[in-house]
Write a protein that binds this ligand. Structure first.
Ligand SMILES: *[C@@H]1O[C@H](CO)[C@@H](O)[C@H](O)[C@H]1NC(C)=O
Ligand SMILES: *[C@@H]1O[C@H](CO)[C@@H](O)[C@H](O)[C@H]1NC(C)=O
Ligand SMILES: *[C@@H]1O[C@H](CO)[C@@H](O)[C@H](O)[C@H]1NC(C)=O
Ligand SMILES: *[C@@H]1O[C@H](CO)[C@@H](O)[C@H](O)[C@H]1NC(C)=O
Ligand SMILES: *[C@@H]1O[C@H](CO)[C@@H](O)[C@H](O)[C@H]1NC(C)=O
Length: 342
């Protein structure tokens, strides 16, 4: 209990300093961001850039903030076999016209960065403390965190099996370079590379399980349902478990929305904590999406509760808010019920 005290205290302080209305002005946030950009961050950020391709600079807006997880929604074009990036099926024609593809927005850029970071001699490698490249075999995307992998979530929107095959083959150049995280079931070993690909949405779990030698697309496990459907979620098939907050917090048939600006109630907290703990026991990291985004005070309270309960990645539509928030908040691992917040 004693070790929880500083966390509780910092939580109270955070809570206390939150604005009371939802119209928090953007200016201080922008200032904070400018300050952040002025100095390198001390750690890579466990933030997930949700719908990343909507940002001003897909991929790069997140990378500039040292955000280590991005997500793209992908449609396989039936005519051309190209992997188009868009949210809804009717965005796909536009994506085709604008040439917004998985290749052009993500894979080419990631490949180019990795090629650049790995073409240096060991003395002039990017990043200040890069003594261990020889052992690891690669420098990652993040200049100051050369051992950090980038998580690329690919949301399969339809046509699971063909999409899987198309993604498999578009990853081949990374595979050849040893740049993909993979699990070899035959030797029971996992290799971590600078790029870790996770399939979400309509990703075909059966095809992922069939990969026995080099499983390099992982399955985003259902955080709210880790006991059902497939009883063997583990860190060889999945690296993350994710769900909407609604699905996670209703395990006790509680209310399915965050009713109060004080955040999750006791019943909801209990469900979230159970799910996070179960995922951690299976060796999985967690991400909870569709958290309230208005008013701002509620958004921040829920984020701080989730971090306090030990969630690993903050799912963010507003990455700037998440980034400024994350720097000021201490992550915790609650081992029991959390008292209802002020
Ligand atoms: C890198 O190494 C230097 C000198 O050993 C040290 O002062 C600095 O804090 C290290 N930086 C990081 C990001 O670990
Ligand atoms: C990367 O290296 C740093 C400093 O040596 C270490 O603290 C950190 O745990 C490493 N991260 C990963 C993902 O291996
Ligand atoms: C996987 O492990 C098997 C058995 O040790 C080995 O023959 C195979 O080369 C490995 N594959 C990869 C891609 O590491
Ligand atoms: C695979 O390796 C892990 C440790 O990395 C070990 O705990 C587990 O028992 C091994 N599984 C099998 C089937 O050998
Ligand atoms: C899932 O199963 C484990 C082990 O059987 C159990 O401890 C846990 O309570 C179950 N979780 C849920 C959410 O039912």
């Amino acid at each position: 209990m004693r070790s929880l005290l500083p966390l509780l205290l910092s939580l109270c302080l955070t809570v206390k300093s939150l604005p009371v209305n939802g119209y928090d002005d953007l200016e201080p946030q922008q200032q904070q961001l400018n300050q952040m950009n002025a100095k390198p961050s001390s750690t890579p950020k466990q933030i997930h850039s949700h719908n990343d391709y909507w940002r001003e600079k897909p991929l790069f807006s997140a990378l500039e903030l040292d955000i280590t997880s991005v997500e793209a929604d992908v449609w396989l074009s039936p005519e051309t076999g190209v992997l188009l990036v868009g949210h809804k099926s009717n965005d796909v024609k536009a994506a085709q016209a604008d040439q917004k593809t998985l290749q052009s927005l993500y894979l080419d850029n990631i490949y180019n960065i990795l090629e650049k970071h790995n073409s240096y001699t060991s003395q002039s490698s990017p990043g200040p403390n890069n003594t261990d490249k020889a052992e690891r075999g690669w420098n990652g995307i993040f200049e100051y965190f050369p051992n950090q992998t980038l998580y690329l979530f690919i949301d399969f929107k339809h046509n699971s099996e063909d999409t899987y095959k198309a993604i498999q083959s578009s990853l081949e150049p990374f595979r050849e370079k040893g740049w993909l995280t993979y699990h070899n079931e035959t030797s029971n070993t996992t290799y971590e590379g600078p790029l870790t690909v996770i399939g979400t949405g309509e990703t075909p779990l059966n095809l992922i399980i069939e990969e026995k030698f080099q499983r390099d697309i992982f399955y985003d496990a259902p955080l709210h349902n880790l006991n059902e459907t497939f009883s063997a979620y583990n860190n060889k098939v999945s690296i993350f478990a994710s769900s909407s907050i609604k699905k996670v917090m209703t395990c006790n048939q509680g209310i399915s929305r965050v009713a109060s600006n004080r955040g999750l109630d006791d019943n909801q907290i209990d469900c979230v904590l159970k799910a996070i703990n179960q995922a951690h026991e299976l060796g999985l990291m967690t991400r909870i999406w569709d958290t309230p985004d208005w008013p701002l005070a509620k958004e921040k309270i829920v984020w701080s509760q989730l971090l306090f309960l030990g969630t690993d990645y903050l799912n963010a539509d507003d990455i700037y808010l998440a980034r400024s928030f994350d720097t000021s908040f201490v992550r915790g691992t609650a081992s029991g019920a959390v008292p209802l917040l002020i």
